[in-house]
Design a protein around this ligand. Structure first.
Ligand code: ATP
Ligand code: MG
Length: 346
């Protein structure tokens, strides 16, 4: 195990004082070098908030109210940092964050479509990134690298002179990925645009990203509603519900032996598009409002396996032993009728 990022007890609120609502509660995650970690959960579960917080890109009224995000920086070929170090991103000063963001920890956000400069050609946007961070490169080397980066994401060199509006949504997304990879980061966080791209394009892009990972060795945090995509492509998966990570497991393990009834519900449902919101069909009811979270496990009002205990306590998230997993009734064959939730065995 060689962690590149460790998130511990991260809490994020929107607003302060009496008006504050907690959007992320006690999130704990480990991302290993080269690992693909999928983050799934219904709309509003806090996936983007978590990603913005851990990169310190969260904007007001968002406030990080607790936790640690340890980045084990092992840079290669960077101008700015040439030694290994561990940085708590939540405590780091702005200068340190600037060194790390983009060059070591790159983000392709949900609003990627709007993140490209509409009045600059693609080549200029790519070479600007290189100009800012790779001072040893001359203009010819930057141009060559820009072409190489675009080729990596499946865009031919004749597109270099295009403006963003001349490209399709999928191509713009690819350009964003090329920009994110320009400085050979150790981590790429991708918050999937849910409606902007069709399912086939999404899959293609994630598959390409996975191939690039094979070659370049970066780790990926991929945020999506499409759990089936993660089951297929991710190494491990974290499931979020009402601001909490309710289950973390290997992709295979989650698919065959889900422990939390919410994970089971997600596996048995499929995302359906309703306007710009995505709702999971198959789990009755809808997620609670953050201003009126149910006590205990926030999922209990929707949970077919809720017990008394679930109304007052929140199940923990330690990894179960083999015997415990054997005892978990949701585990085993998920097509057969489970009798009791396995979340308390975690
Ligand atoms: P989606 O799948 O739709 O992208 P998400 O899982 O990324 O959803 P977030 O966008 O992180 O969810 O939102 C988590 C919660 O925080 C939601 O209840 C949302 O209403 C709330 N929230 C997000 N941004 C703000 C804001 N600027 N002010 C107040 N509340 C916010
Ligand atoms: Mg989001």
């Amino acid at each position: 195990a060689d962690p590149v990022l460790e998130v511990r007890g991260l809490c994020v609120d929107y607003g302060v004082g009496a008006n504050a609502v907690r959007a992320v509660t006690d999130a704990t995650l480990t991302l290993h070098r080269g690992e693909v970690l999928g983050l799934a959960g219904e709309s509003g579960s806090g996936k983007s908030t978590l990603a913005y917080a851990l990169t310190r890109l969260l904007r007001a009224p968002g406030v990080i109210s607790g936790g640690e995000v340890l980045f084990h920086n092992r840079p290669q070929g960077s101008d700015e940092v040439t030694y290994a170090e561990t940085v708590d991103l939540l405590a780091a000063d702005i200068a340190k964050l600037r060194q790390i963001r983009w060059s070591q920890l790159a983000v392709v956000f949900q609003s990627a479509m709007h993140a490209l400069n509409p009045v600059a050609r693609i080549d200029a946007q790519l070479t600007d990134v290189l100009k800012a961070h790779r001072k040893q490169m001359d203009a010819a080397a930057r141009r060559e690298r820009a072409i190489e980066l675009l080729r990596m994401v499946g865009i031919s060199a004749d597109r270099l002179r295009s403006y963003p509006h001349e490209l399709s949504g999928g191509m713009r997304q690819r350009v964003m990925i090329a920009m994110a990879l320009a400085l050979e980061p150790q981590i790429v966080i991708m918050d999937e645009p849910t409606t902007a791209l069709d399912v086939v394009t999404q899959r293609e892009i994630l598959e390409e990203l996975m191939q690039l990972r094979e070659r370049l060795g970066f780790a990926i945090i991929f945020i999506t509603h499409d759990l089936s995509l993660l089951i297929e492509l991710a190494d491990s998966i974290a499931i979020m519900y009402a601001g909490r990570i309710v289950e973390r497991a290997g992709a295979n393990e989650l698919f065959h032996t889900p422990r939390h009834p919410y994970s089971l519900g997600l596996l048995n449902s499929f995302p359906a598009l309703h306007g710009d919101k995505v709702r999971m069909e198959g789990i009755p009811g809808s997620p609670p409002s953050l201003t009126a979270l149910p006590g205990g496990c926030a999922f209990h009002p929707r949970c077919p396996y809720a017990m008394d205990r679930c109304r007052t306590d929140v199940p923990g998230l330690t990894v179960p032993s083999a015997e415990q997993r054997g005892a978990a009734v949701l585990a085993g064959d998920r097509t057969s009728e489970p009798r009791v939730a396995a979340c308390w065995l975690q």
